[in-house]
Design a protein around this ligand. Structure first.
Ligand code: NA7
Length: 539
């Protein structure tokens, strides 16, 4: 497939949205509402982004369903019924399909097609986009809604390709499912995906061996059904709920304890931790203000969580191996149903790879230093090239041959996490240097998409052909992102927030840690100042 030559013809579309996950679907809806000619392209066979791929057993959201859903249209939220406090992956996917149907998106989405390359034709002020598996596209604006956790990592372990059993990736689970009944199963990876899948796999596997490199903190999710009465009540409460979410730090109702940790005595602190633990879920990471900033508070939360692990796991040696050594919350806290209890089952064992590393994978199992662990099935829950992986997979070339890969050679450089210097008319949603995965992805992406569509409409109304961040403004934003992170405990932990899980990836903290609402004020400030820090060139 070749790119069409630079001809001063009309672009096919005003906007090309790459990615039909929830951010991309909203970009499509919003662009259409504003009368823009728009198309959305996704490599997957179905909409839903990460929820389309991650079909492993036990997959569910870790933000409450009532929050983890679109807020832009009250009729949509009145019309939809969530059946559980934390929706399962199939229910989230049904919601995605419902949205497609409700807003008549189908004919505007091209599935099973991959955007491989986009080159900006400066003369025509148009992105020429090469699409694998479909016709090329010329669009004035390119919106990358390619996902924060959408490029799975297959670990580089000697012998992996020689394994003759079944290899399953949590991030590419077979659509038809996979029955592990009576099989010897191994799981590599104990992040959110592994921790959600392990208890379910253990229910039917003949044996389950968990190969753990780093222990993680996990809090019981305390999932429950939502009754019709609760759902009715929630529908009435949506306006309040959404308005709190939009002015919150993470796009949810989560509130830290009203008192400062340091003003409370030991018993009061313990009661606060206990109450949040009983409530369940990721919000244990925010029991007190400053919990990921102040080492004293973090240590107290950490010690409480470790105590819980030891209370849940019968064998003290296994409990010790399951005890993490990083500051709590500096990797995303996982949520589970019976994760720790699963290690009390006779047929479940834990291999601590720090003490007993993998030597190689053999055709019939994993050989660690202490011997062979025979396996029929190997589950890889080994994470993603987060935040930048999906963007890096596209050849993005601005005027004068400027490559996104060069601009980001030392780590992401953006203005507001949205614009990249040297690449005009390109807008990133939920990318690096935005609040991204630190916040509710629905609220955060609605906010960013609204901002981007305002900008695109502003360009149209003012006959502006190109809009591009200045390098100085991008540098200022990146400095701000780094400074905010430096004031927290996050950078001290080897995590995918820093790119530490990918060999050779620049070690730079990649998220805006200042909170969703302050971020929205930053975005509004730039817009209200006539897009300060951006160069807008007219026809
Ligand atoms: P994560 O959180 O990145 O977890 C990946 C896990 O895989 C983690 O425990 C890794 O250990 C482990 N891993 C990766 N490579 C290897 C190798 N080579 N050997 C052993 N262990 C390995 O991904 P998830 O999919 O679980 O969750 C991602 C996000 O999705 C999550 O934060 C939620 O927001 C939803 P490590 O910690 O690197 O030592």
């Amino acid at each position: 497939m070749s790119l069409t030559s630079s001809a001063a013809t009309e672009p096919d579309y005003d906007v090309l949205v790459v990615g039909a996950g929830f951010a991309g679907m909203y970009a499509l809806i919003d662009a259409r509402r504003r009368g823009l000619r728009v198309v959305c392209i996704d490599a997957a066979p179905q909409v839903g982004g990460v929820w389309q791929w991650n079909r492993y057993p036990g997959a569910r959201c870790d933000i409450e369903s009532l929050d983890y859903s679109y807020s832009f249209d009250d009729e949509l939220q009145q019309d939809w019924t969530w059946t559980e406090r934390y929706a399962t992956q199939p229910e989230i996917l049904r919601y995605a399909e419902h949205v497609v149907h409700r807003y008549e998106l189908r004919e505007h989405i091209r599935l099973n097609q991959r955007v491989a390359k986009a080159v900006f034709d400066a003369e025509a002020a148009v992105w020429q986009v090469e699409v694998d598996g479909g016709a090329d596209v010329r669009a004035q604006h390119l919106v990358l809604a390619t996902g924060s956790l959408s490029t799975p990592v297959r670990p580089n372990i000697p012998g992996l390709d020689e394994f003759t059993g079944e290899i399953l990736m949590t991030a590419a689970w077979p659509h038809e499912g996979f029955d592990v009944t009576g099989l010897e199963v191994g799981v590599i990876g104990t992040g959110s995906s592994g921790i959600q899948a392990i208890p379910i796999l253990a229910k039917s596997a003949k044996s389950l061996t968990v190969f753990q490199r780093s222990a993680n903190y996990s809090v019981p999710v305390k999932n429950r059904d939502l009754s019709p009465e609760q759902m009715d009540e929630a529908r009435r409460d949506y306006p309040r709920r959404r308005s709190i979410a939009r002015t919150s730090m993470a796009g949810t109702l989560a509130q830290a304890h009203p008192s400062s940790f340091w003003d409370l005595d030991e018993a009061e602190r313990r009661a606060a931790f206990e109450a949040r633990w009983a409530e369940g879920g990721v919000l244990f990471g925010k029991v007190f203000d400053g919990q990921t900033v102040d080492r004293g508070i973090n240590d107290a939360a950490r010690e409480f969580a470790i105590e819980k692990i030891h209370a849940l796991v019968d064998d003290p040696e296994v409990a010790a191996a399951l005890t993490p050594d990083h500051a709590i919350g500096t990797k995303r806290i996982c949520t589970d149903s019976d994760y720790y209890e699963t290690f009390n089952r006779q047929h479940v064992s834990l291999v601590d790879l720090r003490k007993n590393p993998i030597v190689e994978i053999r055709p019939d199992g994993i050989k660690t230093q202490d011997g062979l662990h025979r396996l029929d099935v190997l589950v890889l829950a080994t994470g993603f090239d987060a935040l930048t992986g999906a963007i890096a997979a596209i050849h993005l070339e601005g005027p004068d041959g400027v490559l996104a890969s060069d601009v980001w050679a030392d780590g992401p450089l953006t203005n507001l996490g949205i614009a990249i210097p040297g690449l005009p008319n390109l807008h990133v949603i939920m990318g690096p240097q935005s609040p991204g995965v630190f916040s509710n992805a629905f609220i955060a992406s609605e906010l960013q998409v609204d901002w981007v569509m305002d900008l695109i409409v502003h360009c149209r109304e003012n006959r502006i052909r190109t809009v591009e961040t200045t390098r100085e403004a991008a540098q200022d934003w990146s400095d701000k992102v780094q400074k905010l992170a430096a004031g927290t405990l996050f950078p001290e932990t080897e995590s995918w927030y820093l790119g530490a899980n990918i060999e050779g990836k620049p070690r730079v903290f990649m998220l805006y840690a200042g909170g969703l609402h302050p971020y929205s004020l930053e975005c509004a400030g730039v817009r209200d100042a006539g897009y300060a820090g951006f160069e807008l060139a007219d026809a």
